[in-house]
Design a protein around this ligand. Structure first.
Ligand SMILES: [Zn+2]
Length: 274
């Protein structure tokens, strides 16, 4: 009896040891995984703001006037409602990025950020107007409408404007990088981060993109406006997964809807929507 008790005792100790070792191993695995997740969370998102520069041999065919057209701004088409300034990024001889894509239009031309940003911006304008918002555009065609400083000065000249939103597409050399981010200046208007957050959330809600978050960019002249302002990097034109979407009208419309929703939420927040 005694020896069988000893055997049971030894087996019991053995099983306990195995269980303890298993628990320890599991714990180590969980901690390792948590550390990995934490490391992933802490790893800064790659800096990729429109870095995919066009090849020097590619010259963009300019559709509209290439000279600064700052005196030929589109006029406000409505007489009442809060005023929002929409700035389709780049234009004219400044195409922005082409994402280093191989694809061409039916005419054999590159797809350029300035054209897609304009398409999205015009849809934002239409949606804002339908919601009773007066929209001032920095440009409505493919022309160069001023340097970032001139755009900032133009925005400041619209004294009654509630906010200013510049619309762009991002690019990176790595074609797997995707995501949406919104930039703002932390040293200009104190409401800019609020506007930026509303626009980011509105867009993510519609495009389902990876959230690259808000980015403070005090160096960007276009964001030094007296009004609350932000610059939306809708998605990466360079990305294999996003390029086909960005040139698709339905996706552009979805993007515009997201930006519009964010702007309207901001207008609600400041109490200017009727
Ligand atoms: Zn841009």
């Amino acid at each position: 009896m005694k020896s069988s008790r000893n055997v049971v005792f030894v087996i019991g100790i053995g099983c306990s040891l195995v269980a303890i070792i298993a628990v320890i191993l599991l714990g180590v695995t969980v901690i390792k995984k948590a550390k990995q997740n934490n490391a992933d969370a802490l790893t800064p998102t790659p800096v990729a703001v429109e870095k995919a520069t066009p090849s020097p041999e590619i010259t963009r065919e300019i559709v509209g006037p290439s000279e600064t057209n700052i005196d030929n701004r589109p006029t406000i088409e409505m007489t009442s409602g809060p005023i929002v300034i929409i700035d389709p990024g780049h234009g004219g001889n400044d195409g922005g990025t082409n994402g280093n894509r191989e694809e061409r239009t039916d005419e054999g031309k590159h797809y350029w950020e300035c054209n897609i940003a304009l398409d999205i911006s015009l849809l934002v304008k239409e949606k804002l107007q339908n919601a009773g918002v007066r929209v001032v555009m920095t440009r409505e065609e493919d022309y160069f409408c001023g340097t970032v400083v001139e755009r900032k000065e133009f925005a400041d000249s619209i004294e009654d404007a509630v906010c200013y939103v510049s619309i762009h597409l991002n690019a990176a050399d790595d074609k797997s990088i995707t995501g949406t981010e919104v930039l703002y200046n932390d040293n200009a208007n104190s409401d800019s981060p609020v506007l930026a957050k509303y626009v980011l959330n509105g867009l993510l809600d519609k495009n389902g993109s990876r959230d690259r978050g808000l980015k403070v960019r005090d160096d960007l002249g276009v964001l030094k406006t007296q009004h609350p302002s932000c610059l939306v990097e809708c998605e990466f034109l360079s990305a294999d997964a996003k390029f086909p979407l960005l040139i698709d009208h339905d996706y552009q419309d979805l993007t515009a809807e997201g930006i519009t929703n964010g702007i309207i939420k901001y207008l609600d927040y400041v109490g200017v929507m009727e």
